[in-house]
Design a protein around this ligand. Structure first.
Ligand code: GTP
Ligand code: MG
Length: 195
């Protein structure tokens, strides 16, 4: 994908009305700090257009990045961030569910899982939500640069088993540090949006 323009067009908080877009959308979900905003920056060829942070809980809104006036990359708020109240967690969950349920343009959902860790209870819940809304998520195993190459297959298997993935579900190892996996993810996005 040749990036000609990017624009953070809409930012939705818990009480915001979700936008009604006429271009395809692809969304990125995953626990706080897993690397969603970093992935979106990598896809946009930018270092820090989407705000990233070593402190979990950076993205607390649904952010719609307009790419080339052709499609939207949608950064969902991270879940499982311990230092917010139960009420806030519940509101975020509802906001994500509402988006997955109501978007008319959502073509694909990517669920990000840290390649180093077993999927958490929240990851399993998110996977179930996405499947229940009728999407077959593509799993992105993030922070690939953090493990040895010889360990990759073992960790991918751990994720597949941990989430009890539907057979055929894609798992793409990715690193925003080395950009490995970027082209494969763009190819999937373009197929889902325009294929
Ligand atoms: P929230 O907005 O809190 O939900 O987090 P997020 O999922 O958007 O994560 P973000 O992209 O802000 O990244 C969190 C931290 O992980 C930052 O310190 C990033 O630099 C780091 N990080 C993200 N992706 C990678 C990666 O592929 N490799 C390495 N080594 N670090 C990464
Ligand atoms: Mg973020």
């Amino acid at each position: 994908m040749v990036i000609r323009s990017i624009n953070l067009e809409t930012v939705c908080g818990v009480t915001s009305t979700l936008p009604v877009n006429d271009k395809p959308e692809v969304a990125f979900a995953g626990k706080s700090n897993v690397g969603k905003s970093s992935l979106i920056n990598t896809l946009m060829n930018r270092k820090a257009y989407a705000r990233i942070s070593a402190t979990p809980g950076k993205t607390q809104t649904i952010n719609f990045y307009n790419i080339n006036d052709e499609l939207y990359l949608v950064d969902l708020p991270g879940y499982g961030y311990a230092r917010v109240s139960e009420k806030e967690k519940e509101q975020w969950g509802k906001m994500i569910e509402r988006y997955l349920h109501s978007s008319k343009q959502l073509k694909a959902v990517f669920l990000l899982i840290d390649i180093r860790h077993d999927p958490s209870a929240n990851d399993k819940m998110m996977y179930r939500w996405v499947v229940e809304q009728g999407y077959q998520p593509v799993i992105i195993a993030t922070k690939l640069d953090k493990i040895k190459r010889s360990q990759v297959q073992k960790h991918v298997k751990m994720i597949k088993e941990g989430l009890a993935l539907v057979p055929g579900t894609k798992v793409i190892p990715f690193s925003s540090a080395t950009k490995q996996g970027k082209d494969e993810i763009w190819e999937l996005i373009e197929n889902e949006c325009f294929g």
